[in-house]
Structures are given as C-alpha cells and as structure tokens.
Design a protein around this ligand. Structure first.
Ligand code: BGC
Length: 733
C-alpha cells in the first residue's frame, strides 16, 4: 500500500517558501500555495491564476495572484495566535495528493490552556472557479474568541503591485473584492461566503486593503466550532458577467453543502487517477514519488479552456514570469497525450493561437517564419528579457541571449504537434492551424541557414542549445537535429496537402498560401544538407557544438570551487562554466534520446558516459533525459537514481532556487513529466513502431511489475509489464 499523503510535523520558518510549492493544490485555473491561513504577503501565500498577466513599469511582466479570500486568523482572550510569530506546541501540515486536499493542524498554549485549530481546503476539480475551506477551532478552557476572516487584497507579488485598485463590497453577506490590474485594467473578482455552526457577533471592516469579518463568540471547552468558507473567482478575461458568475459559484456551493461539494471534488480526482495512476509492484517509494509528480501535472492542467499552456513553474507563483517554455512540449506533453489527449490538444492550441506572436518575433529579428517566444505569455509575447540574469557582484543586469538565440524553441512546438498526430492519429489539429505552424517554423529555420559553399552543406550559427551556459555557439547538434526534424515535418505536411485533392479541404486553402512546388524541394534539400556532427571515430563522442572539444576539461567540483559567490551565474560572458566543458543540462543526451534510432547503442552509451560527469544538472529538466537514455542503453539500474531525482524534485526541493540574484523556486512540472516519460517510455519501454504501440520493458532492480492505462489513437489500453514480458490490452474507456 502506498501512502497518498505527504506531511510534516513541527514548524520551521525556513521552510515556508518551499512548503508553499511542495503542498500546492490546484485545478488548472488556479493554484493555491501550501501556506497557512494567517499568512500575509511576507510568507508568500498565493492564489495564482493561469494565463493572466500584468506589468508594472519596466519590471517583468508576471501572472497574477488573486486577492486572498482564504485569509483567517484567531484571537483568544485578546491575543492573536499566528504563525510564524507564535511558536506552537504542535504543528502539522499534510497534503492528500490523491484528492488535492491540504490540511494544517496547530496547537498553541495560552495562559488558560491549549487552543487547537485545524483547517483543510481544496481547489475544486469539479468547478474550477471554486475553493472550499473548513476551519475548526477548539479550546481547552472557556474563552472569548475573535476570528478574523475575509479577503486580503494586499497580495504577494514579485514585480508588483499589480492592482491599482481593490474595491470591496458586501452583497447579501457575501464579501466581494474586485481588483483592477495596472496594465490592461483587467478585473479579478473574488467572492467569499461564510457558513458557521455556531452563533457569533459580526462586524465587517475594510482596513489596509483587507475586507474583514470580525466574528466574536464565547467558546466552550471541548467543543469543535466549524467555519466554512467558499471562494468564487472569475476574471474579466473569462467572460463578460464574471462578477455574477463568481457570486453564483459561492451561492451554489453553499446550497450544495460542504460534504457534497468535497465529495464531488474527490470523485473527479478519482476519475483522473483511474486513467493515470501508475502501479509499481516492488517499490512503494518510487510509486509514491511518481504519482506525486502526476498529482502536480493534474493540478496545473488547463481543463477550463481549450487553448492554454502550462507555465514552467506551474501555478506555484510568479517565478519565471508564469511563462511557457519548451518544457511543455518536450517534457509534459507525453503525460497528457497518454492519459488525457484533450489536455494535450489544449496545450498545442495555445501554440497555434500564438503563431502571430511568433511571426512577429521572427520579423523583429529580420527573419521569416515563426520564432516562438522563449518565455511565452499571452498572445505569444516573449517575456524573456535581453538581460535575464543579475550579476551578483555589480548588481547590474547581464546581457543574456536566451530570447534571441535559443532558436530550438520553434522546433519544440513542431515536435509537440507531430507527437500529437502520432499518438492520437488525429489530423484535425493540423487542419486547425497546426500545419501552418509547422510550415512557418520551417520557414524560420530556412531563413537562418548558413550555406558553406565549399562543403555543400548548411549550418546553423550563433545559437544557444539546451545547455545555456554556452551562448552563441555554432552547430549545436541538438538545434541542428531539431531543425532537420522541422524540415522533415514540413515536407510530410506538404505531402498531406498534396494528397488532399478536394478543393473544399482546409489543406486546399494552405496550398494557395504556400507555394509547395518551390518549398518542398527546398526543405527537403535543407534537411538533407543540414550539417550534423558525427560521433568521433576513436571515442564515439558527439561534439556538442563547434569547438566544444577544445574547452577546458575540468570537474564540476573544480568549477564549483572557482565560484566567488554562491549565487553567481555559471554561464554568460564570464561565468565559471563558460570556458569549460561543464554543461548546465542534458544537451547531446537530449538529442540522442529523441533520435536514438539513428545511432548504435554503443554510441548512445559512450555519450552518456562522456557527458554525465560533465553535466551540472543545474536545471530540473536534465535528470530525466539521462534516465531515459540509460534505459535505451539497456541499463535501468543506471537510470533509476536519475528517475528518482526527477520524480522527487518537488518533494526534496533541492533544485536551484537562484539564477544570479533572481529567485527561480517553485514547482517543477517538466521534471514531473520527465519522471512519467522515464517510467512509461523508459522502464516500460512504450514506443511506437510503424504506427503500432509496443512495449520493451527494462525494469529497474526491485520492480516486479508495472501497471497503467494509456490512450493511443483514441483507444484506451491497460498495460501490464513484468520483468520479462509486457501485455497491452484494449479496454473500454
Ligand atoms: C532551463 C531551460 C528551461 C527553463 C524553465 C532553465 O533553467 O535551462 O531549459 O526551459 O529553466 O524550466
């Protein structure tokens, strides 16, 4: 039996920020950090909203945290008891990650005796605009109690404040806050409704950007007093009558009742697990870590819309500007493709929708086609700044080239679309804009090609590969291979367009837009002649980019010892890793993973062995690529620690929290997705051959079997994998 609960006893104020991530709950529309009811902005509470952003002055544009309508604190006999200020006798927080329910329980000692508060909350999986919370109080001695609860409009922001105005009103005893954003005057509407099983005297006051109820009553010893809070949230971006909708959300929940609403929420989670739980016989720790990772992916999956993607830090706050990176397509997408393809479609629709933004970006750099945003926000706006890292020594912004040179982002979008087609067998998405995206991305790479006249080959110069520590390099093998993949995909799309003869089809419309007769041979030639460095004869090693071999070959420890400041950035113009062979994250290894069929096993292994000791794993995206490649080399035992590192990244919270002076902490959904891919595609060896689903198990030591469901081409399968064997059974959906 695995444990579906993580918990922590005792209070440690240094863990406040990490626990906010580790105990996050969410439903794709919003994420609620694992913070306590009485926390104010200094303790980073957040009800983080998906897909809505604001910019103040020249500070970074970032997603919004809604006014905190969960805010509650307790006063007993005229003294406030709260964390982190008042040391508790007993304190515990826990997360039921099977059902997305966060709980806290705290006992304080007062001069008269103990007081105990318990609270639980959930972000309804059923109604994505609803949050439910139950707050329970007990005292050991009869006491005068004052509960202060309401809406805290003084939210935590990294680059705020985002609300020029927070207006409060009381509508039939339901409190309302409407916050207006700075940049676009978007409105965030939050309603808070209350129910209690005891009588009290109430005063409602507006003070310091808070709209609070003061509930006073006399608490008898040994009796549990329950308070239920309902929170309804809509924004003006959701729909026109967002205010009414938010209000009705609260009223509906009140009518339905706490137990029933909670039950429906839990049933919805059970339905998710029914399609996605991965059973591992023989290793409970791995099964727990993996399913906890899937919990995070479920909690941030956009199911309230059909066109939205997932930010690199999910819904855990404003770090990384709430922006969408290649993380979604290359690391998270497979989980959704195999369990809930509709979500995968929603993620890809976001890229189709932001094509215009990508074309604009390409044009701004003087290129044709589509250059997707490295850090994508609404409309494909690139939130990545030219100065994305702060130098710890001077406090000055460092010129970084992630935005201009990490051109592999466009190929990730192509990869996502093609993977969708491969897994679902559904070409509709191509017709609905996907084909155009692929053609535009190919157009972009074509425009970037450098022709080496003497060698009759094309190259890509001045790029950054996945390893961000080495900027502006030539012929990064990952980038070149992905560009080739993009050309191949464009050629495939044009073949489909040609074959679709009927004049009514959407491909026909594309045929008018794109001159296929010229483009098809051009892209074919580009694919054929795009330079791909070959494995070195003696060593089998594939050089990451031109000149990599000449760099200083030192150990990670040595590079680490050269740091003058613990938060110093390793890359950039004069970073400690820049002139060495030490790389930030899997680069050649990522390429080999994707295109393992093009290489002998021996080459895969040699490169794994060469690059692993030279990889800092400074990004949480790195470990899973090493894990998967180790599986492809037939070495699951070597893969296992990397798999566990990925699966545990949000439990151990050991990931980097700083890039220069910029806080980058939060949840790591790409790492969670990577853990899933390792389990399913690595250990169970799920892959597609000639359009058919196959398994090639290579279970790590101790694993007796694996069991999971997955969807392939509209059919659901039950997969059972043992050490020797694999069975794929079609089942009813
Ligand atoms: C990594 C990128 C990644 C980004 C967001 C960076 O540290 O180098 O590859 O996309 O974080 O997760």
């Amino acid at each position: 039996m695995i444990n579906w609960r993580i918990h922590e006893t005792g209070f440690d104020s240094t863990r406040i920020s990490n626990n906010g991530n580790k105990y996050l709950i969410g439903n794709g529309y919003l994420g609620i950090r694992g913070t306590l009811q009485e926390y104010e902005k200094e303790q980073y509470p957040a009800i983080n909203l998906a897909g809505i952003y604001d910019q103040v002055g020249s500070a970074w544009r970032e997603p919004l945290n809604a006014p905190n309508a969960l805010y509650t604190l307790i006063e007993v006999n005229k003294k406030v008891y709260r964390l982190p200020e008042d040391t508790p006798e007993v304190h515990e927080i826990s997360l039921d990650y099977r059902h997305g329910i966060f709980e806290r329980s705290t006992t304080w000692k007062t001069p008269e005796g103990l007081i105990l508060i318990q609270a639980e909350r959930f972000a309804s999986m059923n109604d994505k605009h609803l949050i439910g919370m139950r707050y329970t109080l007990q005292v050991e001695h009869g006491s005068k109690v004052r509960l202060v609860t309401g809406i805290d409009g003084e939210v935590w922001d990294i680059n705020g404040p985002h609300y020029d105005l927070v207006e409060f009103t009381n509508r039939n005893e339901v409190l309302q806050a409407v916050a207006t954003t700075h940049e676009n005057k978007d409105r965030i509407c939050v309603y808070e409704g209350l129910e209690a099983d005891f009588t009290y005297e109430e005063q409602i006051r507006e003070e310091n950007r808070k709209y609070l109820r003061y509930l006073e009553f006399y608490a008898q010893p040994g009796i549990s007093y329950h308070l239920i809070k309902w929170v309804g949230i809509y924004t003006s971006k959701d729909l026109e009558d967002y205010g009414e909708k938010a209000y009705q959300t609260v009223i509906r929940a009140k009518e339905t009742g706490y137990e029933e609403t909670r039950k429906k929420h839990m049933e919805e989670w059970e339905a998710k697990w029914n399609l996605s739980e991965v059973f591992i016989e023989g290793d409970d720790k791995a099964m727990e870590a993996l399913n906890y990772s899937l919990y995070h992916l479920h909690s941030i999956a956009p199911r309230h819309t059909d066109h939205l993607s997932i930010a690199a830090r999910g819904l855990s706050g404003q770090t990384y500007k709430g922006a969408v990176f290649w993380d979604t397509e290359m690391f998270m997408l497979d989980f959704f493709l195999m369990t809930e393809p509709e979500v995968a479609k929603t993620l890809l629709n976001y890229r189709i929708e932001t094509l215009e933004g990508a074309k604009k970006k390409a044009k701004a750099y003087g290129y044709q086609g589509a250059f997707y945003a490295w850090e994508s926000q609404e409309g494909g706006y690139d939130a990545c700044s030219d100065y994305n890292v702060t130098d710890v020594f001077t406090g000055r912004q460092m010129r970084t080239y992630f935005k201009d040179k990490q051109i592999h982002i466009s190929s990730a979008v192509v990869y996502g679309l093609m993977r969708y087609v491969e897994f679902t067998g559904d070409h509709q998405l191509l017709l609905e804009g996907g084909a155009e995206v692929i053609l535009e991305c190919a157009g972009f790479y074509y425009d970037l090609l450098v022709k080496k006249v003497n060698k009759d080959q094309y190259e890509l110069h001045d790029v950054i590969g996945p390893d961000e520590y080495h900027e502006r390099v030539n012929n990064n093998v990952y980038t070149n291979r992905m560009a080739k993949y993009t050309f191949d995909s464009a050629v495939y799309i044009m073949k489909l367009m040609e074959e679709a003869e009927d004049s009514g089809s959407k491909y026909h419309h594309l045929r008018e837009q794109y001159d296929m007769e010229t483009l098809r041979p051009k892209y074919q030639e580009a694919s054929d002649k795009l330079y791909l460095v070959q494995p070195q004869e003696q060593t089998g090693v594939i050089e990451q980019f031109d000149g990599y071999t000449e760099l200083e070959d030192v150990s990670i420890e040595e590079v680490h010892s050269r740091l003058l400041h613990e938060k110093e950035y390793w890359g950039g113009a004069y970073g400690v890793a820049t002139h060495t062979k030490i790389i930030k994250q899997a680069d050649v290894v990522t390429m080999l993973n994707l295109f393992s069929k093009d290489y002998d096993k021996d080459i895969l292994l040699k490169n794994w062995q060469y690059y692993e000791p030279r990889t800092e794993h400074g990004s949480s995206l790195s470990a899973c690529m090493y894990a998967m490649l180790a599986c492809k080399c037939g070495m699951p035992e070597l893969a296992y620690p990397f798999f566990m590192k990925s699966a545990l990244s949000d439990i151990t919270q050991k990931g980097k929290e700083w890039a220069g002076l910029i806080y980058i902490g939060g949840t790591h959904p790409a790492s969670s997705g990577g853990a899933y891919m390792t389990a399913i595609e690595g250990f169970a060896g799920i892959h597609i051959i000639d359009g058919t689903l196959k398994a090639a198990p290579a279970l790590p030591p101790g694993w007796e079997s694996m069991r999971f469901k997955l969807v392939f081409k509209g059919e659901r399968y039950q997969v059972t994998v043992t050490r020797e064997d694999a069975e794929l059974h079609k089942i009813e959906s």
